[in-house]
Design a protein around this ligand. Structure first.
Ligand code: ADP
Ligand code: MG
Length: 394
């Protein structure tokens, strides 16, 4: 991994066409953006470029239009939000590469902002196609990647394109993401506590293995905990259990023991007959009725986890502790969100749903770092090389 990575601060952007790859892949319902946090997260980078007199060219993907032009995946609603937030005009091009787009960019003046239409309207984006990247390169003098959430994908705008550019680097958001996650990955701060939840063990095997080598305590909740409990021989009724991962769960528990990592599993659970049940009831983990499913950690578990979290000097949290989208099963996740917010150590949350939970609790500002990258933050912690980071090295 040779080569330094330059920050936008050190790139010659004054008066130049500065192509900023952003992550504007935001949720849109009925033509309205329902969560603007990804836009907010990159505003500082855009403002920095404008303040230095750059001609700003923004590019992003949105949704999965699969290489076709589909109006419902247009970035137009995001452009409107962005214009309001920046208090300036945002020129949306009809396409990311077209004669009209070239003209808009050629006419762009200093301190003006253009937003290219959805990159994924072209199959070349996801195919990491050179010819497509060369077309994008014609629109730019300087390349900046500020899309951490897309950095783990080898797509044209994050991989092939920067390699064609002499002046390339990263934005302020990307810098923050890398420094917070790098600190989590390498710092020798103890006690280091990790909380892992979410749907599946199989999604998180890599990060579980890496964390086991680093943490003092690993707290497991969510549907993922069911598989660990089942691996200990407990009956989980109708709960989601990955039966093909029981052996893996056993070997991870053995490794934790060998390494003297404190591995905590739920001691009580909130159970209900199904995902749409209006309420649940608390049972000990070894007493889940046959016709019920575990949908949240119970209050004793929440208390136990919270105490360990509060003692942490470094905390990494990924994955909700229950079906938090449904009110009757959100309490465990909210309790953990509050404990993390109160923790005096260095606290990082990563993962699309976990971040949504922290936002829902109104506690995002209490964390040292809330990662905008779901999959990307886990891959970074695992120490995997990421195409979007490798491609901007000089
Ligand atoms: P993140 O996006 O933070 O990485 P995941 O995508 O791995 O998290 O998992 C989040 C999903 O897991 C949520 O939709 C949540 O409802 C679900 N989930 C968590 N615990 C349970 C459970 N006990 N039963 C069913 N679903 C659960
Ligand atoms: Mg998720």
């Amino acid at each position: 991994m040779a080569g330094t990575i330059r920050s936008i601060r050190d790139l010659p952007i004054e008066g130049r066409r500065t192509f900023i790859r952003v992550d504007f892949n935001v949720p849109i319902e009925d033509g309205k953006v329902t969560d603007t946090s990804r836009v907010d997260a990159t505003l500082a980078t855009i403002q920095h470029a404008l303040d230095r007199g750059a001609k700003v060219v923004l590019a992003s993907h949105a949704g999965r239009p699969k290489g076709k032009r589909k109006p419902e995946y247009s970035l137009e609603p995001v452009g409107a939000i962005l214009a309001a937030k920046l208090k300036c005009e945002v020129l949306l091009t009809d396409d990311c590469i077209s004669d009209a787009a070239s003209k808009v960019i050629a006419d762009l003046r200093e301190r003006q902002v253009a937003l290219l239409e959805n990159l994924r309207f072209h199959p070349g984006e996801e195919a990491n196609d050179e010819a497509f990247a060369r077309e994008l390169a014609k629109l730019a003098d300087v390349y900046v990647n500020d899309a951490f959430g897309a950095a783990h994908r080898a797509h044209a705008s994050v991989s092939a394109l920067p390699k064609l550019m002499r002046e390339r680097g990263i934005g302020l958001l990307m810098e923050q993401e890398i420094s917070a996650l790098e600190r989590m990955r390498t710092a020798d701060t103890h006690p280091f506590v990790a909380v892992l939840g979410g749907a599946k063990v199989s999604d998180k095997i890599g990060v579980l293995e890496v964390l086991l080598d680093r943490v003092d305590a690993l707290l497991i909740g969510g549907a993922m905990a069911n598989t660990f409990l089942a691996a200990q021989g407990l009956q989980l009724g109708k709960s989601l259990v990955e039966h093909d991962k029981l052996a893996l769960a056993r070997s991870l528990m053995q490794r934790a023991k060998d390494k003297k990592v404190k591995l905590l599993l739920p001691v009580d659970l909130v159970v209900a007959p199904g995902l749409d049940a209006p309420e649940g009831r608390v049972v000990p983990s070894n007493d889940v009725p046959e016709d019920q499913m575990a949908l949240d950690i119970g209050p004793k578990t929440a208390e136990l986890f919270a105490a360990t979290i509060l003692s942490a000097k470094a905390l990494f949290w990924n994955g909700p502790l229950g079906l938090f989208e449904k009110k009757p099963f959100s309490e465990g996740t909210m309790a953990i969100a509050r404990a993390g917010a109160e923790c005096a150590g260095f606290t990082v949350v990563g993962g699309g749903d976990s971040v949504a939970a922290v936002n829902q609790a109104g506690l995002a500002s209490k964390y040292d770092h809330v990662s905008t990258g779901g999959g990307a933050s886990l891959e970074y912690l695992e120490g995997r090389q990421m195409p979007g980071i490798e491609a901007v090295r000089s």
